[in-house]
Ligand binder design. Structure first.
Ligand code: BTN
Length: 259
């Protein structure tokens, strides 16, 4: 196994959080950071971050896989064990997407847009995916894991993708520091997570502002099912409101694309 090029100290210097990432668990190699953090009950501290330098079986939304490359990507998961309820899960998702957007804007001034429910794009190209998963006992949520994968220094992408992928390196034109970017994402996430609980309307408005599909004609693909309509808005829980000639309906899952 080759030695990692990720330097925890370099990340630590830039980390300004009170609890997100203060317990940092580093793996050279692991199947999925989400899977590990969901099942490892020895990790209990709220805000713990489990990071993999090489994630070789990454999980994506809708049972897809998330492909990442050693030394070129950020693949990590954040554990939340406090103030959990099912209604805030989508908002946590939005808070994560906004945090990645803000971090990339702060450091690289790229034109970042958000796509429902949890993609981070540079204009139309996907730079980051987010997968929030949870474990419940009865109706009590015990652990929430916020998994974030960012394409950072990949020079190019091969293969076929639903949405064309990109990396920060491709868009910014230079290799960038993964440590600096990770610290910035975690800093922003701690701030945004506070808003999820104290002022969720700010999170919803911030997300709306960054989603350029609202008001547009879209197609929602959910498995075999295709639904067409106008992306009217998101509701207070982050679900998509779609309008067609019969009225409005709520969309809880699926892939949205412009029509
Ligand atoms: C998607 O766009 O489909 C979501 C991708 C989420 C990928 C991240 S990488 C870190 C974490 N661990 C996983 O197995 N998946 C998430």
């Amino acid at each position: 196994m080759s030695k990692s090029t990720f330097t925890i100290e370099e990340m630590d210097i830039k980390l300004k959080t009170n609890y997100i990432g203060t317990n940092f668990i580093f793996y050279d190699e692991i199947g999925s950071t989400n899977e590990e953090l969901l099942k490892d009950n020895t990790i209990t501290q709220h805000g713990s971050v489990l990071f993999a330098d090489n994630q070789f079986k990454g999980r994506g939304r809708l049972s897809r896989e998330w492909i990442s490359y050693k030394d070129n990507s950020l693949t990590f998961s954040i554990l939340l064990t406090e103030k959990l309820n099912a209604k805030t899960l989508n908002l946590i998702n939005f808070a994560a997407a906004i945090s990645v957007a803000e971090a990339i804007e702060n450091l690289f001034q790229l034109d970042i847009r958000l796509k429902w429910p949890n993609d981070v794009l540079v204009v139309t190209r996907k730079v980051c995916g987010i997968l929030v998963e949870s474990i419940s006992k009865g109706d009590k949520i015990e652990r929430v894991v916020v998994g974030i994968g960012v394409n950072v220094n990949q020079p190019m992408f091969e293969g076929h993708y639903n949405i064309p992928p990109t990396s920060i390196r491709k868009e910014f034109g230079k290799v960038v520091s993964r440590e600096r970017l990770l610290a910035e994402i975690l800093n922003e996430f701690e701030t945004n997570l506070k808003k999820v609980h104290k002022n969720p309307l700010i999170i919803l408005d911030n997300w709306r502002m960054r989603c350029k599909m609202i008001g547009e004609k879209v197609k929602v693909q959910d498995g075999e099912k295709e639904i067409f309509g106008i992306f009217e808005d998101i509701d207070e829980n982050g679900f998509l409101i779609l309008r067609d000639n019969k009225g409005t309906k709520k969309i809880f899952n699926g892939d949205v694309s412009l029509k």
